[in-house]
Design a protein around this ligand. Structure first.
Ligand SMILES: Cc1ncc(COP(=O)(O)O)c(C=O)c1O
Length: 400
């Protein structure tokens, strides 16, 4: 009998955290490392949000709260869904957790039984498959190829639905590709789901506010109101408000599901940090003015990175609609040998050799379920991005 749970054998630690850790180790050894792995904005939480947290501490709002959120935050979330997504929810339909991550996890723990399938478009955010496995379910992947903008088609979705399908997990704009589904592209998918009433939709809208150019964000329950009764809409303050460390995420959906998620949370972490909840009230109710200049900055960085990567031999990089990631193909590098003598047979060897030989840290595509690619997070300074891209170019030019 082993001491550790057999469930743990089914999951792997987050590879994005592994890359960040390896880059930090090399940095500690004195190497000049540029990290393009972290999935968080490089700017600080806005002052009005910090002030709300300070005020909460001063006012003694430092005790336990209701398990899945204070009424004021649930009200602010309802108002946000009405304002941004034309979706009507009552506070009883809202769940607040310790980051979007916990909310997604709660939903799987609350609903999955052995044999239940969850359809996940690939490439996907690294945590999805492992959360499903931890919940006892089975992830089913659908490949969103680069040639179709990393998006899946209605036919592909239809082909994967079985009587055991419980959830379709949707994420737009996407981590790791930045791909955003237009209204029509999403409608094609929701039309499929209408034909399969046993399938529920879990939509991860974490990058809603990071939408660029002509792309307009939309979410499944908005595009197809008939899916409202079987959709869990997940969102959070981490990315748009630069609040990754505050750990507040939320979801809206049918009351029985929200109640079941509350039960999971009540026997694990209880309420998310009280002070962070008050900060999130201000994030959602306060000024949204900074979103526009932030997005303008991200567009500039996206274009800088896309143009520079397309200038590297062997790399092809589409220009995505949102988030702060690009997901270039390295098909043209596979089979070659780096200047340091590494044969590039996979995207993992590419990323490892790139880090070791140039100090540029990216995450290999296999971690996200679609190879051969790598992910760049461009939520860092223009200077760091330009230097990292120059190193990637030198590395690619050195391949023989
Ligand atoms: C697609 C996606 N969903 C959810 C999360 C989790 O966000 P949070 O910090 O709110 O837990 C992330 C964070 O990287 C993400 O990229």
């Amino acid at each position: 009998m082993t001491f550790l749970s057999a469930t743990l054998d089914r999951v792997k630690p987050s590879p994005t955290i592994a890359v960040t850790t390896r880059a930090a180790e090399l940095k500690a050894q004195g190497r000049d490392i540029i990290g393009l792995g972290a999935g968080e904005p490089d700017f600080d939480t806005p002052d009005n949000i910090k002030a709300a947290a300070t005020q909460a501490i001063k006012d003694g709002k430092t005790k336990y709260t209701a398990v899945d959120g204070i009424p004021e935050l649930k009200q602010a979330i309802c108002a946000k869904f009405k304002r941004d997504n034309a979706l009507t929810y009552t506070p009883a339909q809202i769940s607040v957790g310790t980051g979007g991550k916990q909310v997604l996890y709660n939903a799987f723990m609350a609903t999955l039984n052995p044999g239940d399938e969850v359809i996940i478009p690939a490439p996907y955010w690294v945590s999805y498959p492992d959360m499903v496995l931890l919940g006892g379910g089975t992830p089913v992947f659908v490949a969103g190829e680069m040639e179709r903008g990393y998006k899946i088609t209605a036919d592909q979705l239809e082909a994967e639905i079985t009587p055991r399908t419980k959830w379709f997990l949707f994420n737009s704009p996407s981590n790791p590709t930045g791909a955003g589904y237009s209204w029509d592209e999403l409608k094609a998918l929701t039309d499929v789901l209408l034909r399969h009433p046993h399938v529920w939709v879990m939509t991860d809208d974490m990058y809603e506010h990071l939408a660029y150019g002509a792309f307009t964000f939309c979410t499944p329950a908005e595009v197809e109101p008939k899916l409202y009764d079987r959709t869990l809409t997940v969102n959070g303050v981490s990315k748009a408000y630069a609040m990754t460390g505050w750990r507040i995420g939320y979801a809206a959906g049918p009351e029985p599901l929200i109640k079941a998620m509350r039960k999971v949370q009540s026997q694990s972490t209880s309420n998310p940090c009280t002070i962070s909840q008050w900060a999130a009230v201000e994030a959602l109710n306060g000024t949204q003015e900074f979103l526009k200049p932030n997005n303008a900055m991200f567009v500039r960085r996206r274009d800088l990175v896309v143009d520079a990567l397309n200038d590297c031999p062997g790399i092809a990089c589409p220009r995505p609609e949102g988030a702060f990631y690009v997901y270039p193909s390295i098909k043209g590098c596979i089979g070659k040998t780096s200047a340091g003598g590494t044969v590039i047979d996979t995207d993992e060897t590419f990323a490892t050799a790139l880090l070791d030989e140039t100090g540029a840290a990216v995450v290999f595509g296999a971690a996200f379920g679609l190879s051969p690619h790598f992910r760049v997070s461009y939520a860092t300074s223009d200077t760091a991005l330009s230097e990292a891209c120059a190193r990637i170019k030198t590395f690619c030019e050195g391949l023989t």
